[in-house]
Write a protein that binds this ligand. Structure first.
Ligand SMILES: C[S@@+](CC[C@H](N)C(=O)[O-])C[C@H]1O[C@@H](n2cnc3c(N)ncnc32)[C@H](O)[C@@H]1O
Length: 279
């Protein structure tokens, strides 16, 4: 027989070598809730547990090996909903929730036509479609594996999205008269790899993360350029950006003739989002 506190403490000490507190504590709370339905109150009350599922021990082993908890559970929270994730898709990030929030706040009118480029798990278009119910939302990705996950998420969450497979660096945008073009494209420079934690580097898809050092803005330049044709006049472009490249991004988008170019900071005060309007 083991109690909830004993299980919490033994699980916590197992992963402390990989994750510092308070992250380690949060992860253990998350696991105990997922596998045993235990709340924090249950853990504090020190209830007896009759059986600990084997899956919890396997999950702890995976965590010790550096696998992100979202891939272990196959789920990630995003803007109030749970998205299915697998190692073929990027784990949705908090900054991207802020991008979604910005788009919703700035675009309250009905019947908007929206396209998301590099959709991964589908977290952006699905959230926008559900929060802006009269919009018509499309999304594309180069990866058929990512698209399969995105389609699954859309059907589980009851969002009506048209998904396409396309390589944005080589294919044309399969849409016109867009009101909103949004993208969180790959933007981490190879030179930034050394600053990243191994649980990101070893587990998340390279295709979703990295760009070459000699042309880090390739996706932004291509999408903004193609956006000039795909957006309607007055249509809006939204990017999640590399915090180190805000100035370059403003210049790039202004040079193409976009108006009202603004950088938006995330909760931590970092330059993380860009919005602009097509003339
Ligand atoms: C940074 S991830 C963003 C995923 C998701 N939108 C999110 O915010 O969590 C970039 C996505 O772009 C896709 N991608 C990479 N190269 C691409 C290309 N040439 N054309 C279209 N999509 C591409 C990747 O497969 C990946 O899903």
């Amino acid at each position: 027989m083991i109690t909830t506190r004993q299980l919490y403490n033994s699980s916590h000490s197992k992963i402390l070598s990989i994750y510092p507190d308070p992250e380690a504590q949060q992860l253990v709370f998350w696991l105990l809730e997922h596998f045993l339905g235990l709340s924090r109150a249950d853990i504090i009350r020190d209830k007896a547990i009759t059986e600990v599922p084997e899956a919890l021990y396997l999950a702890l082993k995976d965590l010790e090996s550096g696998k992100p908890i979202q891939y272990i559970l196959g789920l990630a929270p995003f803007y109030g909903r749970e998205f299915k994730v697998s190692p073929e898709v990027l784990i949705p990030r908090n900054e991207t929730e802020e991008l979604v929030h910005l788009i919703i706040q700035e675009n309250q009118q009905p019947n908007l036509k929206i396209l998301d480029i590099g959709t991964g798990s589908g977290c952006i278009p699905i959230s926008l479609s559900l929060e802006m119910p009269q919009s018509e939302v499309q999304a594309l990705d180069i990866s058929t594996d990512a698209l399969a996950i995105a389609k699954d998420n859309a059907s589980r969450l009851n969002a009506k999205i048209n998904f396409y497979q396309a390589d944005i660096l080589n294919d044309e945008i399969p849409a016109k008269d867009l009101d909103i073009l949004v993208s969180n494209p790959p933007y981490v420079r190879d030179l930034e790899k050394s600053m990243m934690r191994s649980n990101v580097l070893d587990h998340e898809p390279n295709l979703a993360l990295f760009v070459r050092d000699d042309d880090p803005l390739i996706f932004y330049r291509t999408i903004a350029q193609k956006g000039l044709k795909a957006l309607k006049p007055g249509g809006k472009l939204y990017f999640e950006i590399n915090e180190a490249l805000g100035e370059e991004m403003i210049e790039l988008v202004k040079e193409m003739g976009y108006l009202e170019v603004s950088i938006h900071k995330d909760l931590h005060g970092k330059d993380r989002m860009l919005s602009a309007t097509k003339r």
